[in-house]
Design a protein around this ligand. Sequence first.
Ligand code: FAD
Length: 543
Amino acid sequence: MKTYRDILKWGDKREFELDEGTKKLIIEKLGYSESDFKQKHLAGDHPIQLKKTSDIDAEILKQFTSIVGEENISTLDSERASHSYGKSYPELLALRLEQIPSPPDAVLYPRTDKEIIEILAICQKNKIAITPYGGNSSVTGGLKTPLGGISLDLTKHINQIIEINETDFTTTVQAGMFGPAFEEYLNNYGSKYSCGHFPQSFEYSTVGGWVAAKSAGQASTGYGKIEHMVLSLKIITPTGVIQTKTYPASAQGWDIAQIFIGSEGSLGIITEITMKIRKYRPDNTDYASFIFKDFASAVTAMRICMQKGIGKPHLFRISDPEETEIAFKTKGFEGSFSDKFLNTIGYKSGSRCLMFVAVEGHKDYTKQVISLIKKVVKKSSAFSLGSKPTKKWLNQRYTSAYMREPLMDLGIMTDTLETAVMWSDLLPLWEAVRKYLKKREKTVVMVHISHVYENGANLYFTFLSPMKKGEEQKEYTAYHKGIIETILSHKGSLSHHHGVGRILAPWMEKELGKESLQLMQAIKNHIDPKGIMNPGNTLGLKP
Ligand SMILES: Cc1cc2nc3c(=O)[nH]c(=O)nc-3n(C[C@H](O)[C@H](O)[C@H](O)COP(=O)(O)OP(=O)(O)OC[C@H]3O[C@@H](n4cnc5c(N)ncnc54)[C@H](O)[C@@H]3O)c2cc1C
């Protein structure tokens, strides 16, 4: 029988063990002892049993069944529970507390666009809420179903590549295709291609989810965020099907596709995406890594690289001093001969910062960009660490996603928040948010920059802090509110790439302004007049 733990776990359902380096960190910085690692706090290991039964009308259920077939509809507790939440910290906490107050009434796995159109018509007629469901990696409460209704899971059937055009360098893909299957298909097709989009959730997120939540991958500095990659979309909405056309660019008034990118299921169901592809040539990728004496000089070097016209790296990343020290500690570098050497020559622990760079493309291009970056960063007294640290980082890139379960088993709050900021405001914002986060005792705060532009960059905050047992939800809500307010009052955006969902919705009016939110609401009212699409405050929109 499925347990709450089965559905809260990230990806691979095996239990993930913390490595010795991380255990050492938890003991030293968070005040844990060896014996604490033997217990599991709020393990969520009971069988799922929903208090709320499915409210769906028997006649309507019959109609849905006749559309998708018996094998593609479920009202089982386990299915409804696994479609109730995404993967944000408060949602995982709720699952550990075995709280699922408003699951969907049914889960549907449509096979075709035609079926989706028919399902939408029934929902529209009967005012049934409908929540599109991709990889289930949302970290904004975007998959919650506060009004019940149906969860429309696209991953079972709507998951194929429709076309690859080697002349135009485009692919058309169905929304429910997962990242690895998409990339593998492209890598092996014709002259070999890549999608160029690798969020940390890559293994368990879908192309449709990337578009709906406006995501960013690790190579975004070179290739752009998902909104820079999409050329056209097909969206099934309650008022009809919208299929935008594919052009390299156009000036036909508003860009309609962009209205749906980041719409988080609130306007319709994205079923097909035509997007750019690029050549897959991993052998050409050139890597570099550097250490800087402090965060300010690393940020300056990064900014100059972006503004100098020397070509863009694809992966471009700086860890702040605390993230750098934690990487050194957990990877066993702390206290080594190289560590002592770096400290002796002025790269002191506590202020030094790591930078990772990778450039993709033609061999001549990658070599040239890396060599120009080396020249620029040397002026900020960066010390070159060669290519290995970046390659190592890339090899374990997806691992930290699995660490949340063992950390939460210890009663540790483990969450991330991210923002975008102009260069002039970046350091004050970094300092202010760190200061706020550090107000909590025994809190580890790691910050990095990983999506970089000519005009600014993102800041990504990861924090670990022991929770008072029994007070987890209350403590988190208050702490999280303070972080968002500190970000906004220091000129950071509400989100750079996680999206808004329901968790950040309360700040949308403050962030966008009343008039802008009203404009979004007017579009919503036009396209979804009965308010059935992912209702319940997604993006701050009212049904
Ligand atoms: C460990 C971890 C790491 C992450 N790393 C990153 C990262 O590096 N970069 C990043 O940008 N994000 C990251 N995220 C957030 C998340 O992975 C992204 O938002 C991702 O784009 C969601 O894709 P999904 O397929 O899982 O969508 P889901 O979580 O299933 O859905 C997300 C939202 O989009 C809607 N939706 C999904 N599919 C469709 C569709 N076809 N049509 C209309 N609406 C739809 C849903 O209703 C929901 O509101 C991370 C999350 C986790 C848990």
